[in-house]
Design a protein around this ligand. Structure first.
Ligand SMILES: C[S@@+](CC[C@H](N)C(=O)[O-])C[C@H]1O[C@@H](n2cnc3c(N)ncnc32)[C@H](O)[C@@H]1O
Length: 496
């Protein structure tokens, strides 16, 4: 069977939408952008002990009226955007002032405008919103889609149940998903849901025909009445009751805003066909692309954080083994692109550190998000030996590094009582540096086999996949045990 062409991009979606995705090439785009919730979402890394519940920032959902926002705002006014969108943003500025909400809406307007361009004329757009900003987002979508021949089709309410916590208002139990089409023609597969046998028969409007099939008459003003058979099923409404991912759900990946695959499958089934191209350019842990793959659609996923890309790779591998093929862009595949990532900006350097640690450990570590030097510790993993939890430390050096930095990391291993530390480096260590690492000796635990307390790992070895992380199998066991115990009470409480 011929494999479908799929693409996964690590980067800012604005660059990918503008430079990598062909205009009018996408059949369905679903996005679930950050909600302007003014908080950071943390991803739980399951292999970490209880006391310092391992978290690392999965993505930052805070917005500022900064240079980027001003640049975006001016761009919208530059004449290259739909007039309605430009007018809308100016009006919103009058109402909201220059603040975080306007920055958020500006960033969305720019991206929605690019999404509109990559959609085919028959394409559909679904945008998932929190009720906090959905009214503004609908205005933006109207200004981009409806002003260019598109249409607003539905406001879908995704209704779910959660445990309750005390609050001074009604419990929030739904999200909003807007559906827009780019043109008059679009795909809508009118898949019916079955009526329960009983419901129809109990309904006195239904009668049986000579063959015993249940039907009722449908009357419309000015039209001939026509028969509707019970077996045709019920039209699907715009309120969808789909459970959120609970603590013990098998699909749960520990990604804070992971959506249920059921939700995405429903959207994709109804609004696209096999072999169509589905895009999610805020793809998080890859729910959309997983659903698209299962439903035999081609897919394009984009995310700006390495954590997401890493999880998606893990998800695709564990769900489809080697039966899924996709091209991955933006992740270093050779030493030149690793260097480029490390050298570009402060934030890409941080992403380089994440990439190095998470690739080396196969996503079994947490990243130190603190800025500045922290004894050279850029990441940490925990191993459960017979006598308790033990730290494993990671330090990443993307360029030149000094013997003092090696000493500082050695001291961190000692001070933190870590069982070992890995210094991931681009340049080979000098003899003096190797000497310092050797002086630390080795660690041998009850379950942990003897390992040097400090080792250098070359970035090249990570790229070549020859760097061996000694706790790979070991931590998988720990995850299984810890998962059950620790995740149980997480998240299900209402947070508003
Ligand atoms: C709410 S989450 C999406 C969750 C997803 N629906 C799922 O089920 O996993 C939003 C995602 O958008 C990503 N993101 C935020 N800004 C982005 C940008 N400019 N380009 C690409 N991805 C971005 C974040 O990293 C985050 O993973």
């Amino acid at each position: 069977m011929e494999k479908r062409e799929n693409y996964l991009y690590y980067g800012d979606n604005i660059d990918i939408l503008r430079n990598k995705i062909d205009k009018e090439s996408v059949d369905l785009c679903y996005i679930d952008p950050p909600f302007n919730s003014k908080r950071n979402y943390n991803q739980i890394y399951n292999n970490i002990g209880k006391e310092d519940k391992a978290q690392t920032i999965a993505f930052v959902d805070t917005w500022e009226w900064d240079e980027a926002a001003i640049k975006g705002f001016n761009e919208i006014q530059s004449g290259s955007f739909p007039v309605k969108a430009a007018d809308l943003i100016i009006s919103l500025q009058k109402i909201l002032g220059n603040g975080s909400l306007l920055a958020y809406l500006t960033s969305l307007t720019i991206r929605i405008n690019e999404i509109h361009k990559v959609l085919k004329k028959t394409g559909s757009f679904f945008i998932h919103c929190d009720p906090a900003a959905s009214h503004y987002i609908k205005l933006i979508c109207d200004s981009v889609f409806c002003s260019q021949g598109g249409d607003f089709l539905n406001e879908i309410i995704w209704h779910y149940k959660r445990y309750t916590a005390k609050s001074g208002r009604f419990q929030r139990l739904h999200d909003v998903i807007f559906w827009y089409s780019k043109g008059i023609n679009y795909t809508f597969n009118d898949i019916r849901e079955g009526y329960g046998e009983k419901s129809g028969k109990k309904d006195s409007h239904y009668k049986q025909d000579v063959e015993g099939k249940w039907y009722r008459w449908q009357k419309r003003k000015g039209k001939e009445p026509y028969k509707i058979y019970l077996s045709e099923g019920r039209r699907v409404g715009d309120v969808w009751e789909i459970p959120i991912i609970n603590a013990s759900a098998r699909e749960r990946l520990g990604y804070p805003t992971q959506k249920p695959i059921e939700l995405l499958k429903k959207i994709i089934k109804f609004a696209s066909n096999e072999n169509d191209t589905v895009l999610d350019c805020y793809c998080g842990c890859g729910t959309t692309i997983d659903a698209a793959e299962e439903l035999k659609r081609k897919w394009i996923g984009v995310d700006i954080t390495y954590n997401s890309i890493c999880l998606i790779e893990y998800r695709m591998m564990s769900t489809y083994n080697n039966d899924v093929s996709y091209k991955l862009f933006g992740i270093p595949r050779d030493i030149e692109s690793a260097k480029a990532l490390a050298e570009r900006t402060d934030s890409t350097r941080k992403e380089f550190e994440k990439w190095a640690i998470l690739t080396f450990t196969n996503n079994r570590a947490m990243i130190n998000e603190k800025k500045g030097s922290d004894g050279g510790i850029d990441g940490k993993a925990r191993i459960h030996d017979k006598d308790g939890w033990k730290d494993v430390l990671f330090s990443v050096k993307s360029g030149n590094y000094t013997i003092d930095m090696v000493r500082a990391f050695r001291d961190s291993i000692n001070v933190n009582n870590a069982i070992c530390g890995f210094m991931i480096v681009m340049e080979k260590p000098t003899k003096g540096m190797i000497q310092i690492s050797k002086e630390l000796g080795s660690y041998k635990g009850t379950y942990v086999k003897e390992i040097p307390k400090m080792q250098f790992i070359m970035v090249q070895e990570i790229i070549d996949k020859t760097a061996e992380y000694p706790f790979l199998e070991f931590t998988m066991e720990v995850i299984k045990k810890a998962e059950k115990k620790e995740i149980e009470e997480e998240f299900e409480f209402d947070d508003d």
